[in-house]
Design a protein around this ligand. Structure first.
Ligand SMILES: C[S@@+](CC[C@H](N)C(=O)[O-])C[C@H]1O[C@@H](n2cnc3c(N)ncnc32)[C@H](O)[C@@H]1O
Length: 274
């Protein structure tokens, strides 16, 4: 259990070890070699950490609240969902925190939501069953899968207005080490990021296996190939690596970088002219 330093004594986070998602995951027992064998059954190590990606996104939102205030936010692979909690607390209009559709994992996120009194609605004692009253929702979403249920959270409570076609802000915190999933992650970004000039997918990560950093960065080459505009927007050096025993260059292990994916101008213009 962590206390969120951004909002001391108000929000607490739990990180529940969960059942393994049936997909390849990081080998946390790294050998310092070039072996990129994914391993099954170590995934509980993924969701019960608060990864540096989430911490840095949360701090980025707190320092730049205009990024999320009044906007719609979708977090992929949320884990403990700290960025989602902070976005909701800062006044995002709608936040959907998603992760692998494992009931225990999603319940853990709900527990974190309920424990965060800074979120409008939670403050007033609204509960999970009254989620339409809350600005934040929790949903299962496998990367690359049909996002209809996630998109259905948009436009609620706005009378007869047409439901919005995507989220203003996407968050992908510490997901890139799953190299084989880059295509699926981008498919979800394409399906859920609103085609508008101000929309952003914020991708924040550390190369936890420094010798495979080129494979992490290949995500951005793929994003460019698929038509996105990619820009590095932040870099933060942590005091120490998240996993102090991890092999590899300590400076790389301490470094968190943040990148934005945007739709190109011609896509935004075409959408605006619809
Ligand atoms: C390294 S953790 C990052 C958690 C969180 N974003 C953070 O920064 O603390 C990766 C997360 O992705 C989720 N995940 C892994 N594979 C997934 C998939 N195929 N679809 C959706 N979520 C997945 C895991 O359950 C886990 O919560």
């Amino acid at each position: 259990m962590y206390t969120v330093s951004l909002f001391p004594n108000v929000c607490t986070l739990t990180h529940q070890p969960i059942h393994a998602p049936p997909s390849p995951v990081k080998n946390n027992n790294n050998n310092n070699n070039n072996n990129n064998n994914n391993q099954i059954a170590e995934s509980p190590t993924e969701a019960h950490h608060l990864w540096n990606g989430a911490r840095v996104v949360a701090a980025h939102f707190e320092a730049n609240p205009w990024l999320v205030r009044g906007r719609t936010v979708l977090e992929l692979g949320a884990g403990a969902a700290l960025p989602s909690l902070v976005a909701a607390a800062l006044g995002a209009r709608r936040v959907v925190a998603t992760d692998f559709p494992d009931p225990d994992l999603l319940e853990t996120i709900w527990r974190n939501v309920r424990g965060c009194d800074l979120i409008p609605g939670v403050r007033e004692g609204k509960k999970e069953g009254e989620e339409e009253e809350l600005s934040i929702a929790v949903e299962g979403l496998v990367w690359g899968a049909d996002p209809t249920k996630v998109l259905a959270h948009l436009g609620e409570g706005e009378g007869d207005e047409e439901r919005e076609r995507g989220f203003d802000v996407l968050v992908l915190a510490d997901l890139l080490f799953r190299h084989s999933e880059h295509g699926n992650m981008l498919r979800t970004v394409k399906q859920t990021l609103k085609k508008a000039r101000e929309s952003r997918a914020l991708v924040v990560f550390t190369s936890y296996r420094p010798w495979l950093r080129h494979k992490d960065l290949a995500f951005f080459d793929l994003a460019r190939e698929q038509g996105f505009v990619v820009e590095k927007v932040l870099e933060k050096k942590m005091d120490r690596p998240l996993f102090e025993e991890d092999p590899g260059d300590k400076e790389v292990l301490k470094t968190v970088t943040g990148w934005e994916l945007r739709w190109p101008e011609h896509v935004c213009a075409a959408e605006a002219g619809r």
